[in-house]
Structures are given as C-alpha cells and as structure tokens.
Write a protein that binds this ligand. Structure first.
Ligand code: ATP
Ligand code: MG
Length: 353
C-alpha cells in the first residue's frame, strides 16, 4: 500500500509556534525522511469559512500568509504538494455523501467540536457548516487515501471520527476507503502548546500566539511578558515547573546546544528546572534564555520567509500546480466512491443495469 500524508491548516491567521511544534516540524521531518509516496498539505480555506462566513477577506488574505509560513519552515513544493481546499470541489461532494453516515449526536459528542463551540460562544447559533467540519475533514483525509495524518493532539477526535466514517462506508458500500492513522509529536510539550497567557492552547482565535512571522523585537516582548507561576513572586521563592508555560516552551524548543551557547552554567533543562523548583532562580533569567532559544529557532524561518515574500507570483504558481495535482488525486477517489455507491449512472450505461 502507498504511504501518503495529508494534513493542513486553516488560513485564519499567520501560523504560530504552536503549529510549528505540533505539526509543521513533524511534517518537514517526514518530508525529508523521504519514506512517503505522496505528501499533501492543504490550506483549509473552506473549513476556515465555516466559522468566518462574514469575513471571507480575512480567509483570502491569509492563504498566501500560510503558504509563506510553509515554505519558511522548510516544506518544499518538489516533495510536498501544497494546495487550496476550495479549489478541489471533489472534496465537497465527498463530504455530502459522508454526511449520511454520521449522526448529529455523534458530532455533538466530539470533544474538540464541543470545546470549539464553547470557545467561539456559538451556543444556539452554530452554523451548520461549522458543525459538519469533522465530516468535511474526513473527506479531505480519505480523498487522498492518506495513511498518516501528522497533527496536534486537538485533532485526535477528528481522526477517530474519520476512521468511523471509513469503517461505515466500507461496511455499507464495500472496501473502498483507506483508514488513516494519526501521527502525534513525540515530545509531550509539543502536543498542545499553551498560549503566552497560560491558556491551554495557543490559538489564532485566542490571540495568545508567538507567530513565525513576528519580528525579533515582537518575539522578545512576548516572551518577556509570558505568564509563569503566579506564586513565584520573589526570586528566593520555590517555583512550579509543571503547567508553567515558560518551562513547557523550553521543553518543546530547547536543545543541549542552546544551553552550551546561552546558559553554560547549567548542564541542561533538568538542572534549570531543579533550581527553579528549589527557589533562587528568577523568571527574568529563564525568560531571557527562552528568548535566545526562540530567536535561534525562528531567525532562519524569518529569513526564508522574507525571501519568499519577494517572490509571491512564484508562490502562486506553486499553489496552482499543487492544486491541479491534488484535484486529480481527489477525482480518482471520488470516482471509486461513486462506483461503490453505484451512482456512476452514465458510466458503461450503469443506469440500465
Ligand atoms: P483556529 O483558532 O483558527 O482554529 P488554530 O491556531 O487552532 O486556529 P488550526 O489551523 O486549527 O490552528 O490547526 C492547524 C494544526 O496545528 C493542527 O494540526 C493542530 O493540531 C495544530 N495546532 C494548532 N494549535 C496548536 C498548539 N497550540 N499546539 C500544538 N499543535 C497545535
Ligand atoms: Mg483550530
């Protein structure tokens, strides 16, 4: 069986270090390992419109921004097919057929949908399209016969729902769809990076992000203003490392080389944490180190991004070519789906059979 990756992001803003830790870094690693037959990276504009129907311009503007973030992080169009979701209408048709295989109460039980409805204060005014986005996501994944989906932990319920749809479809219409597997980051701190405000998830919609496109000064300001342990008031007080965003970021991004370069008086993260727990280590010192770490991680990304910002027409061509390739692949799956459902009426006079 072919090894295929499908993953993507909603163009609702620039990408942030949560995306980088949770999904982008892993994608680039898998891309460069070279073990995959196909890698599809989707800019999910149609999904973004499900909760931004009144702000189509915001979604439109962010398509190129997300594409810039991709190339800046090291995704390469020769190895990964980058495409725009709404330009592949086959995905919408698949969604429509899959909707019949899922109950309303099943979507209501999806914990990510529940959390997102609460976060957006939708209450009784949930757009039907938003409610159905897990089904459309199953269409995206299965359209490319993805075997692996590298995403952050918040996507686990979506993958579960997708697998259920695959089982149901195959049981009703015969073996047609491929069952995907989630690929989570190995580093626990990267599963769900908290926001700089200490909220459970860094998220574009919550405005608590360090963006990949932030300037050096913006990153510094954000790091220095980060939420830490609220009970660690004086330097000599013992501090908490667990749940402390500054330490979670260090777990996600620090490497032994960074200690050697920026904080050689500590052997590594364990010793720094030990000192913080005991008391006698100030937040400012830890934050200064974190700032150095983040700058070291982000400065090559920033440089590559500004290089691509000068080449937008070329970027458009990349998206156009990627979308054409994606469309052809999705059309093949849709053809198989229609065949399995026996709604390919005009092929070989099937309607008469
Ligand atoms: P929105 O607020 O518009 O939903 P978002 O910031 O949640 O935006 P998405 O585009 O929904 O971003 O997510 C894209 C990918 O990035 C998904 O795989 C998701 O799991 C991952 N991701 C997003 N935020 C984080 C985070 N804070 N930590 C780890 N992974 C994340
Ligand atoms: Mg999200």
């Amino acid at each position: 069986m072919k090894k295929v990756i499908l993953t993507g992001d909603r163009p609702t803003g620039h990408l942030h270090v949560g995306h980088y830790a949770g999904s982008l870094k892993e994608r680039v690693r898998l891309q460069n390992e070279g073990n995959y037959d196909d890698i599809y990276i989707m800019i999910a504009d149609a999904q973004a419109l499900t909760d931004n129907a009144e702000h189509p311009e915001k979604v439109r503007q962010n398509i190129l921004q997300v594409a810039l973030d991709y190339l800046a992080c090291g995704l390469e169009p020769e190895k990964s097919t980058i495409f725009i979701q709404s330009m592949v209408p086959e995905l919408t048709e698949l969604t429509f057929y899959y909707m019949n295989l899922v109950t309303v109460s099943r979507v209501q039980r999806n914990p990510t949908v529940k959390a997102e409805i609460q976060m957006r204060n939708f209450e009784a005014s949930i757009p039907v399209g938003f409610f159905c986005y897990p089904i459309s996501q199953a269409a995206d994944i299965t359209a490319f016969r993805a075997t692996e989906v590298p995403v952050g932990e918040d996507q686990a319920p979506m993958l579960e729902q997708c697998r259920e749809i695959v089982h149901k479809f195959n049981a009703v219409y015969g073996e047609t769809l491929t069952e995907p597997k989630i690929v989570l980051p190995k580093n626990e701190a990267c599963l769900r990076l908290p926001g700089i405000d200490g909220k459970a998830k860094m998220s574009k919609s919550l405005g608590n992000c360090i963006y990949l496109s932030d300037s050096e000064e913006e990153v510094r300001k954000k790091v220095m203003s980060m939420f830490t342990d609220p009970n660690h008031l004086r330097i000599q007080d013992p501090g908490r490392v667990e749940g402390n965003p500054v330490f979670i970021y260090l777990e996600a991004f620090s490497r032994p080389e960074y200690f050697a370069e920026f904080l050689p008086e500590y052997s590594g993260l364990e010793e720094l944490e030990e000192h913080y727990r005991k008391g006698g280590l100030g937040d400012v010192k830890v934050k200064k180190f974190l700032n150095n770490v983040m700058q070291a991680e982000l400065s090559p990304i920033r440089q590559k991004r500004s290089m691509w910002e000068q080449r937008l027409p070329e970027l458009c061509e990349i998206l156009k070519a990627g979308t054409e390739k994606a469309r052809a692949a999705a059309a093949e799956t849709l053809h198989d789906v229609r065949h399995a459902m026996r709604i390919d009426y005009f092929e070989n006079d099937n309607l008469l059979k």
